[in-house]
Design a protein around this ligand. Structure first.
Ligand SMILES: NC(=O)c1ccc[n+]([C@@H]2O[C@H](COP(=O)([O-])OP(=O)(O)OC[C@H]3O[C@@H](n4cnc5c(N)ncnc54)[C@H](O)[C@@H]3O)[C@@H](O)[C@H]2O)c1
Length: 397
């Protein structure tokens, strides 16, 4: 069996905390985690406790992974503002790249990664793991069957109870590191809406603001925050006792991203879409509604889809489809996405998410963010050259 070596840059919540590294070392399948890098030595020490970590080298310098000839592909799981620089460096070093979402924090950053990957002829693949979630696949299957007709409009309400803990206590809270949470968080949902809606956003506008967590800040606690932040290894985001939101402590005193956003989009195929994100709801889930010419579907939580195909002039629950997620992180999506990436770069298999789609999600979030911070007016997503789209989309299933 062909042996294939990989490396990981960034072992925080995503790399280590959600267990992504666990899917990257499988000698029976010829897959070897050769090296990992994180700037925090204590994180590298935590990694070394993994039962399979014995032969994996660690370094605080990611360049050591790029210089290693046994590593053919790099997983980049660092904060968003580093994605562009590190992806370009890895591609230039001759490595294939798995890049966490969002692809970059600007549209131009995404385009630079795409151009580099084409020039050096190496693969770039973005971690839109929601494309592997059973719930999303089931909704896509209903839409593709044509049973609710042609999709006309899509709405997504995104409730984020853990927003204060996950996004307002560290780098996620600052524009210079994420641009805005419409890229950091909504990149997933915009991508799902694009994929199931069969198009990409052409026009977008948005409204929103930092409405609540800014009011929970106590300026006299700035020094306490800086001390506490330097002690964090992997952040805890599931802390239900941190409630209500205005009682949150240890918030990033330099926060300048929005905690409420409302976005409207028109796709290039005429679909009208809408997305709302709030970071201080009591509950945490996404509610997608796809409305077609012959019915609508809507998910309730992560395991139920309501299918409504008959007119009733009042409330109807519709038919309920129950979805059972398989084992593994993010409802089984994490092992699947690692497997798809390895199959792509090692075995030449086809993939379900192209970096073009990842770029379009960032471009939409980027322009929505510019709109809500500016005149709240409409922005047009810059088009990519057709030959660049063809270059990447030929690899799609
Ligand atoms: N697809 C998903 O479901 C999902 C879930 C969570 C996070 N993410 C993405 O993963 C990325 C990381 O997020 P996170 O929550 O793990 O953040 P995090 O802050 O918990 O972890 C980032 C890690 O990168 C390390 N790091 C920073 N600079 C580095 C450098 N120059 N070289 C090596 N390591 C460096 C940090 O020390 C930290 O351990 C983000 O882009 C985020 O959007 C994706």
């Amino acid at each position: 069996m062909k042996q294939f070596g990989v490396g990981v840059v960034g072992l925080g919540l995503r790399g280590l905390g959600t267990g992504m590294v666990d899917y990257m070392h499988n000698p029976d399948e010829g897959l070897f985690l050769v090296g990992v890098s994180d700037i925090k030595p204590e994180i590298l020490a935590m990694f070394k406790n993994k039962p399979f970590a014995g032969d994996t080298f660690t370094s605080t310098q990611y360049q050591d992974l790029l210089d290693c000839p046994e590593i053919s592909a790099i997983f980049i799981m660092t904060p968003d503002f580093l994605h562009e620089e590190q992806a370009v460096a890895a591609l230039e070093a001759g490595k294939h790249v798995f890049l966490e979402k969002p692809m970059a924090i600007t549209t131009q950053g995404c385009d630079r990664i795409l151009e580099t990957a084409r020039r050096v002829d190496k693969k770039v693949y973005v971690g839109h793991n929601m494309r592997h979630m059973e719930l999303i696949l089931a909704m896509k299957s209903i839409i593709d069957s044509g049973s609710i007709g042609r999709i006309v409009t899509i709405w997504c309400r995104h409730f984020v109870s853990y927003g204060g803990d996950a996004y307002f206590k560290d780098w996620h809270a600052q524009r210079k590191y994420v641009n805005g949470l419409l890229l950091q968080k909504a990149a997933h949902d915009i991508d799902v809406m694009h994929w199931l809606g069969g198009g990409y956003t052409r026009f977008v506008h948005a409204m929103g603001g930092l409405t609540t967590y800014g009011r929970a800040l106590d300026p006299s606690k700035r020094e306490d925050y800086l001390k506490a932040e330097s002690r964090v290894t992997i952040r805890q985001f599931s802390v239900p006792e941190n409630w209500p939101p205005l009682g949150q402590e240890n918030l990033n005193p330099d926060m300048d991203v929005e905690d409420v956003s409302l976005v409207n989009m028109v796709f290039d195929n005429g679909v009208f879409a809408s997305y709302q994100q709030c970071h201080f709801t009591p509950d945490a889930w996404r509610n997608y509604t796809f409305i077609g010419t012959e019915g609508r579907i809507e998910n309730i939580g992560s395991s139920q889809i309501r299918i409504l195909k008959n007119r009733v002039d009042g409330y109807s629950e519709g038919e309920i489809l129950r979805v059972l997620p398989p084992a593994g992180g993010h409802g089984g999506a994490d092992p699947r996405i690692v497997e798809e990436f390895i199959g792509y770069v090692r075995d030449g298999k086809k993939i379900t998410v192209s970096p073009i789609a990842a770029r379009q999600a960032v471009a939409t979030g980027d322009l929505a963010t510019q709109s809500l911070r500016g005149d709240m007016g409409c922005r047009e997503v810059p088009q990519l050259p057709a030959d660049l789209i063809d270059y990447f989309e030929k690899d799609l299933v």
